[in-house]
Design a protein around this ligand. Structure first.
Ligand code: NAD
Length: 270
């Protein structure tokens, strides 16, 4: 299938790596213009170059923004509307897992605050400015375009499970993403704005693999994974694509778990 996002426009945060990179490429493959937001501009520009080469029929614009700063999030949404004339999808995906994030006793307040600033406030502001933009989306029945849109927020399996290898601020931040998104979904359900989360399991992306830098650390997790492997970023991007398209038109307030069965597991196969 192709053209699933034809004529549409999407903003993806954290577009320079991992889930954001793979989602940007998939959205573009399906015909969407994409505004690629990352605090690392060079990384976002690399994603834009890949898309320009593979899918020259869509517009891919790289923008530097820190999602932990409200004015930068607002500017990024404005940039999408200015470049494409509309915003149908926002994927609030950027997030951090700080190496100094630990248990209740060892986590410093500044690490807690930084994690909340990016992982929670970033999603709040992305949603806020997307809602304002989506209300103004022009309708064009012939092209399948309408007011409203789809907001997709990246949570995590740790929003639903406790880990004895703690990262307390990160875990709390992802719980907040889950509950905030549910409430956003209720408030905006009658104006054609859908809000859903994705809860990925542990993935082979820099965010986790930089942290799990020894075989012991990786094995400590792998034993709990029913499929016996970490996930790939593109496996999450495919779920994001589904939530971005009208194929998920009756889904709002939902959480799509893309976790290899992790959150359903008790005893895993040997
Ligand atoms: P990644 O580290 O591969 O990519 C994250 C991208 O976000 C990077 O390009 C980075 O530069 C960018 N970024 C970081 N802080 C930013 C900021 N303040 N403003 C704008 N951009 C910023 O990570 P990933 O694994 O693709 O993670 C994406 C999302 O998925 C995150 O929210 C993460 O918490 C979540 N997640 C990841 C895993 C996993 O195992 N990797 C599991 C569950 C949830």
């Amino acid at each position: 299938m192709s053209g699933r996002l034809q004529h549409k426009s999407a903003l993806i945060t954290g577009a320079g790596s991992g889930i954001g990179l793979e989602s940007s490429i998939l959205f573009a493959q399906e015909g969407s213009n994409v505004l690629l937001v990352d605090v690392n501009l060079a990384a976002a520009e690399k994603t834009a170059a890949i898309i320009a080469q593979k899918y020259p029929n869509v517009k891919a614009v790289a923008v530097k923004a820190d999602v932990g700063k409200e004015d930068e999030v607002k500017s990024a949404v404005d940039a999408a509307v200015n470049a494409f004339g509309r915003l149908d999808v926002i994927f609030n995906n950027a997030g951090i897992m700080h190496p100094a994030d630990d248990n209740a006793l060892n986590t410093e307040e500044k690490i807690w605050d930084l994690t909340m600033q990016i992982n929670v406030k970033g999603v709040w502001w992305g949603s806020k400015y997307a809602i304002l933009a989506m209300r103004n989306n022009p309708t064009d029945e012939a092209k399948g375009l309408h007011t409203g849109g789809s907001i997709i927020n990246t949570a995590s399996f740790v929003a639903s499970m406790g880990a004895a290898t703690p990262q307390l601020a990160y875990t709390a931040s992802k719980g907040a993403v889950l509950s905030m998104s549910r409430e956003l979904a209720m408030v905006h359900a009658r104006e054609g704005i859908r809000v859903n989360t994705i809860s990925p399991g542990p993935l082979k992306t820099p965010l986790l693999m930089d942290f799990l830098n020894t075989p012991e650390k990786r094995d400590r997790r792998l034993v709990h994974l029913p499929m016996g492997r970490f996930g790939e970023a593109v496996e999450v991007a495919k779920a994001a694509l589904f939530l971005a398209t009208d194929e998920s038109s009756y889904m709002t307030g939902g959480d799509l778990k893309v976790d290899g069965g992790l959150t359903s597991s008790y005893v895993t196969p040997l």
